[in-house]
Design a protein around this ligand. Structure first.
Ligand code: ARG
Ligand code: ZN
Length: 879
């Protein structure tokens, strides 16, 4: 039995709007449950639209207050029909006209956190994708671009700060009352999803930025009172982002002000509203005592991401939501490049690829797989995915690799010039690059339309007599929902050949593309001729193509590459691949009577890495981190037993410890140089290494291990070392663990953002008692089902961060998630639907767990009155 399907929106059915809105005058009276929004829209018929089409405005849960007016005259009731979800005027005036309407809202009752809502008392908005229709009836689609003037009025004590998009125009008191107003004007036409408004009592951090043409922009970051001193890093990141976009893409900021508001209840990471970004406070607030290095780098990346949207998303927006990757994939690419420039490029690449494989490759391999540009959706909120974002970014990176940096920059310039002020499509975007490079990109566009991660098999051979080295390549894209057969893709494989002592060889290959092989057929063969000796091949360097690569490299070549490859990414990859193979063999051994594999080569490789003292600690930390449980599950692919995977990893850590204890300890002690905390890449690298080493040093999980972790916990003078230690200690069943957890909780009581880490750590404990612990923690005074960050930390942390307990063979982990999804769905469908991501690979589980997962999914499906969000995902999961 499957729940009823909401009807699908299809890319092939796109139609231009029948009406356009050029300008909106809004008057928003913030007044608790009596909040009112007056909207005057300048409308006209779109000459490209259907000539006799009625005017249909979108609404969602709206209530009209007072009569509708056209050009200042009340419209007779018989001339329109109004419902909660739409407003229809069958015969509007032929020429341009002004429509005036007033809606009545109760922001505090808005628990979906879409539209106008309240977060800790602050009035704020979230409109992407379809939230503006929860504020007023509108043509709520991204290809309707209007200028806005917004007057906001509120009680001065309750909301001294009043913000909207654009530039401030005027402000003042309302005579004889305690109320005041502010007027904002945004001169740039924008789609309604970029609308934003904030009213509240907030503290402000001020700064300014001089643009490349010498204009001064006022910068403001608004946070809860008392938290101003945690906003400094975000401000710094903002200024660096603004400079970087000028230097790397020639993009200058365009308004007089740029404001960021941090709120504590937010469905996603942040939102790029024109001139007024609204952020989940997780991506703004940081101090050495409350935030980890990962938090700092998350802030840097998200601040940059939202800022970069000003050109890729706002100045040029999307024609429709199928084009979401046009702004998201491109903007993720831009923020990744920014981070690579700010920090270490190889380390950034490794961590981006780790993330891509852990989430996007998983998504691509299961029931939620969809193309980077989907062709149909039932609920657009479910398409803000790793595929659209992270794979979308990889597609841009492949494009750049394919056509070269220079043509790529030319194509970007052309795109900005040609489409500024427009709502564009992927076709228009790609056309800019084929023009700039002179290259036909038709086949490349399959990256946007074909779902699934391509697999490339590489076979090498050596003809000693002729001195010819041959590489045979074979590609295949697996079937995905709705796409049974696939065409060959364009796969750019960066490579290098190495000679005996690690010197790169410069020999032309038969395809003649320098150190790049462009695989575009199902099979292909490349020869290098005239070589004195068999070379060693380093392929898909820097992860130039987002594929699963299977090579037949002999053990000797791998050892060679681990030592000599001048691409740090591939040095890391070679070790990961070898470790993955050993771990998978161990998993099979643990589940059968086969003998355990020999891990001596892994021990040797780790020893070599540890001995390499000149290595960047951040890179060493990556080298010493085993493939994750999720990575292994994905590689195994079917009949997955999470307990066996967990045990295989633990056993390998224990053999590494047994063999390398002295080296590990020496290296660990060397990382604890007393230095004041600075959240820079160098310090972060050293601390990351410290925690990775601590994890290995405590692999015995005994009382002595607990003491080692506890010692770091109590002596830590920053949150990174403290949480690093607590994360390790959490994995050890010990009294010290509970002491440390209690100490942490009392120290940070009341600070939800910090306690999120504490919730997530406990949710990830791989022990049978964890489910009960999680249920107990849901009663904690700092937990709340209405706060998305808390839900994601505790419930999401359990479902996505605890493979052994979430998939308990008795099904209780699945059932727990199912119950919470159903309960949350009534309050906040987006947050509920997100949690279902934990089911993205349920069919790959071994039969007992798989049956339990299915039971839980069916239970959700049958629980009735589900949101479109949850309904869509559950039915796809079960298909
Ligand atoms: N555009 C935002 C970003 O920067 C994400 C907003 C998504 N919101 C939503 N309700 N789906 O990535
Ligand atoms: Zn974005």
């Amino acid at each position: 039995m499957r729940p009823e399907q909401p009807s699908a929106v299809k890319l092939s059915e796109y139609r231009v709007p029948d009406f356009l809105i050029d300008h909106v005058e809004m008057d928003v009276v913030l007044d608790g449950p009596a909040t009112r929004v007056s909207a005057r829209m300048s409308l006209r018929r779109n000459l490209q639209g259907r000539p006799d089409a009625p005017l249909i405005l979108d609404g969602d849960d709206l209530r009209l207050s007072g009569p509708l007016e056209i050009d200042g005259r009340a419209l007779p009731l018989s001339d329109y029909s109004v419902a909660a979800q739409s407003l229809v005027i069958p015969a509007p005036p032929e020429g341009p006209f002004e429509l005036h309407l007033v809606t009545a809202l109760d922001p505090a009752a808005n628990t979906k956190l879409m539209g106008l809502y309240r977060s800790s008392g602050t009035y704020c908005t979230q409109c992407e994708a379809e939230g503006f229709r929860r504020i007023t009836y509108f043509l709520d689609r991204p290809d309707v671009l209007a200028t806005y003037r917004v007057r906001i009025e509120a009680d001065r004590a309750e909301a001294p700060i009043l913000l909207s998009n654009g530039n401030p125009e005027s402000a003042g008191s309302i005579e004889g009352t305690d109320r005041h107003f502010a007027v904002w004007h945004d001169p740039f036409p924008k789609p309604s999803y970029l609308f934003a408004l904030v009213g509240g009592d907030l503290a402000q951090l001020k700064d300014s930025f001089r643009t490349m043409s010498g204009r001064d922009v006022e910068l403001g970051i608004y946070v809860e009172h008392g938290k101003q001193d945690r906003a400094g890093y975000a401000m710094d990141a903002l200024k660096r982002s603004m400079r970087w976009d000028e230097e790397k893409f020639g993009r200058e900021y365009d308004l007089d002000v740029f404001n960021i508001v941090a709120v504590s209840d937010f469905n996603m990471g942040a939102m790029e509203n024109k001139g007024l970004n609204v952020f989940n406070d997780k991506y703004v607030l940081a101090s050495s005592d409350t935030a980890t290095d990962a938090d700092y780098s998350g802030i840097e990346a998200v601040i940059a991401h939202e800022y970069f949207h000003n050109w890729t998303g706002n100045r040029i927006t999307c024609r429709d939501w199928f084009q979401l990757c046009l702004k998201e994939g491109l903007t993720v690419f831009r923020d990744q490049e920014f981070t690579a420039d700010m920090r270490s490029r190889p380390v950034e690449r490794i961590s981006d690829v780790r993330g891509l494989r852990a989430v996007q490759f998983m998504e691509d391999a299961g029931p939620f797989a969809h193309p980077v540009r989907p062709e149909s959706y039932r609920e657009i909120n479910n398409f803000y995915t790793a595929t659209v974002y992270e794979k979308g970014a990889e597609v841009i990176r492949m494009l750049k690799t394919l056509i070269g940096a220079e043509s790529f920059r030319k194509g970007m310039d052309l795109y900005f010039e040609r489409h500024d002020g427009q709502a564009a499509t992927i076709e228009q975007f790609i056309a800019c690059f084929s023009e700039a490079s002179g290259r036909n990109l038709d086949q490349f566009r399959l990256w946007y339309s074909q779902a699934g991660t391509p697999t490339v098999r590489a076979k090498t051979s050596w003809d000693e007599a002729g001195g010819t080295f041959t590489l045979e390549l074979e590609q295949a894209v697996p079937p995905t929902p709705g796409q049974d057969t696939k065409k060959p893709m364009v796969i750019p494989l960066a490579y290098r050949l190495f000679g005996e002592n690690g010197t790169p060889l410069s020999v032309e290959n038969s395809s003649g593309d320098g150190e790049l092989i462009v695989l575009s057929d199902a099979h292909s063969r490349i020869d290098w001729k005239g070589l004195p000796k068999r070379p060693v091949l380093s392929l898909n360097r820097g992860f130039s193509a987002a594929i699963n690569l299977q090579t037949d490299l002999p053990e000797a070549d791998r050892l060679f590459l681990a030592r000599h490859d001048d691409d740090a990414f591939n040095r890391w990859q070679v070790l990961q691949t070898a470790t993955t193979e050993v771990l998978i063999k161990s998993v099979h051994a643990l589940r059968s009577t086969e003998p355990m594999p020999d891990d001596a080569p892994q021990i040797e490789a780790f020893a070599a890495a540890l001995a390499h003292t000149a290595l960047d600690p951040a890179l060493l930390a990556q080298l010493l981190t085993l493939p994750s449980e999720a990575d292994l599950a994905r590689e195994i692919g079917r009949d997955v037993d999470p307990d066996a995977i967990y045990n295989a990893r633990l056993r390998l850590k224990q053999s590494l410890l047994a063999a390398l204890e002295d080296d590990l300890r020496a290296r660990y002690e060397a990382t604890s140089v007393p230095a004041p905390y600075v959240p820079d890449a160098a310090g972060a690298g050293r601390r990351a290494l410290r925690t990775v080493l601590l994890d290995l040093l405590t692999a015995r999980r005994d009382e002595r291990s607990a003491h080692i972790a506890y010692a770091q916990f109590v002596s830590a003078d920053n949150q990174t070392d403290r949480i690093g230690a607590l994360a390790v200690l959490s994995q050890i069943e010990s009294r010290l663990r509970e002491d440390a957890l209690d100490a942490f909780a009392s120290r940070f009581a009341g600070d939800g953002l910090v306690l999120d880490k504490w919730f997530a750590l406990q949710a990830s404990i791989p022990e049978a008692g964890t489910l009960e612990r999680v249920q107990r923690l849901m009663q904690h005074p700092d937990f709340s089902l209405s706060n998305p960050n808390r839900v994601r930390s505790l419930i999401g942390g359990f479902a996505s961060g605890n493979p052994t307990q979430f998939t308990r063979p008795d099904g209780q982990g699945f059932a727990f998630l199912a119950d919470n999804v159903v309960q949350l769905d009534r309050m906040n469908p987006q947050v509920a639907a997100r949690l279902l991501g934990a089911f993205r690979t349920w069919r790959a589980l071994e039969p007992v767990r798989r049956a339990e997962a299915e039971k839980a999914l069916r239970k959700i499906a049958e629980s009735g009155s589900l949101s479109a969000d949850v309904n869509d995902l559950v039915s796809r999961a079960l298909t």
